[in-house]
Design a protein around this ligand. Structure first.
Ligand code: ZN
Length: 376
């Protein structure tokens, strides 16, 4: 059984270094702060892409301000940044991980690459990605290649996610991927099944939640200023365990235990409430899907509407749940497949989709697709 509900949108890729810089003409900004590389991909006629290119410059400058507000004046890339929107393709120099949303390349300059497809289809949010990659780039810029590599992956990602405000998003990915199986069974009996102490295994997509929670633990115990102080010490080249000790007063073992305890507590608070109701709704939804594939239309309709009731119940009783977005998406599908002819059902689908599209977060692309189908 695969403990995954719906496919997880891919995260921003870990910061990467490439040997080979992309060539081509660039437009330089008046102040020399950045350069824009022209877009040469297949999606140039798409409205979303044209908007993205038109606003890229202004949004880059805003992002630069936001991250220095978050982490102080040391959080700024000193050399010009090349902004490059391109189609994800493994053969393009600077695009070795096409599944990711954005990436950074370093030589004499910093190139931030954004994969056009993910921004056009609504999976990725440009402001978040700019903030995230710029925080990485500023650290890399201050530290240089070798010292930057000595900062462990969890801390680089934790600081970038925290500074970009991507914590909630990562935690909801954790919930989406690990809460419940396809059949609606509760796979994860305890958050310990998914959250591990720092540095206990290879860094993976799921560990992005641990990374941001570890930084969240510092904020929770010692205040947001402590995170800024930690950032400053790390970019000044203080070895990270010493920097953590200077800021928190805790040696590595004690800090690791604190971060783990905090992460488990947050995960318990987020993953457990309403999970049984959510799981039973999901179980019904999956039974409906199976009935539909076996061409039992009447049974499928009955199960979709029953699942819809249960998702409604879940959303009523747990409005703050991390499963909210998944539940809204599945509820919209239940109505659409159960009884889209019913005007009340169609209205409810629109409400769910409106809520999904109104805020940042996962499942926006799926919501957009469903919206398109509803209007047909
Ligand atoms: Zn990153």
């Amino acid at each position: 059984m695969v403990p995954q509900l719906v496919s997880m949108p891919c995260a921003a890729e870990p910061f990467d270094e490439f040997e080979e810089a992309p060539g081509g003409a660039v437009t330089t900004s008046a102040g020399g702060a950045f350069e824009l590389r022209p877009y040469e991909g297949r999606l140039g006629k798409r409205r979303q892409l044209r908007e993205l290119l038109q606003t890229l410059e202004a949004r880059f400058l805003e992002s630069r301000e936001r991250i220095s507000n978050a982490f102080g004046p040391l959080c700024r890339v000193r050399k010009p940044v090349i902004l490059w929107v391109h189609d994800a393709h493994p053969r393009l120099p600077g695009c070795r991980k096409p599944d990711g949303w954005a990436e950074a390349l370093h030589d004499e300059q910093t190139t931030l690459g954004f994969h056009a497809e993910h921004f056009v289809n609504g999976d990725a949010d440009l402001d978040l990605e700019l903030d995230h990659e710029l925080i990485h780039a500023a650290m890399r810029d201050r530290l240089g290649k070798l010292a930057y590599r000595k900062v462990p992956h969890w801390l680089r990602e934790g600081l970038a996610l925290y500074g970009a405000g991507q914590g909630d998003e990562r935690l909801s990915h954790l919930a989406a991927g690990y809460g419940t199986s396809e059949d609606g069974d509760l796979v994860v009996k305890d958050p310990k099944d998914v959250i591990r102490p720092l540095e206990s295994r290879k860094h993976s997509l799921a560990s992005y939640a641990e990374d941001v929670l570890a930084v969240g633990a510092i904020e929770h115990e010692f205040g947001p200023e402590a995170v800024v102080l930690l950032y400053e010490r790390v970019v000044r080249g203080v070895p990270y365990r010493k920097a953590i000790e200077a800021v928190t007063g805790l040696g590595w073992k004690r800090f690791r235990a604190l971060a783990y305890g905090y992460s488990l507590a947050v995960a318990r608070r987020m993953l457990l409430p309403g999970r049984a109701t959510y799981a039973s709704a999901l179980g019904l939804y999956n039974r409906a899907r199976r009935a539909a594939t076996q061409r039992q239309a009447a049974e499928a309709k009955r199960l979709y509407l029953k699942a819809a009731d249960r998702f409604e119940d879940f959303l009523d009783r747990h409005p703050e749940s991390v499963y909210r977005r998944q539940a809204l998406l599945l509820l919209a599908r239940c109505w659409l497949r159960g009884d889209a002819a019913d005007p009340l059902g169609a209205d409810r689908v629109r409400e769910c989709l409106r809520e999904l599209l109104a805020e940042r977060g996962p499942f926006r692309r799926q919501a957009r697709e469903l919206g398109g189908r509803l209007e047909k």
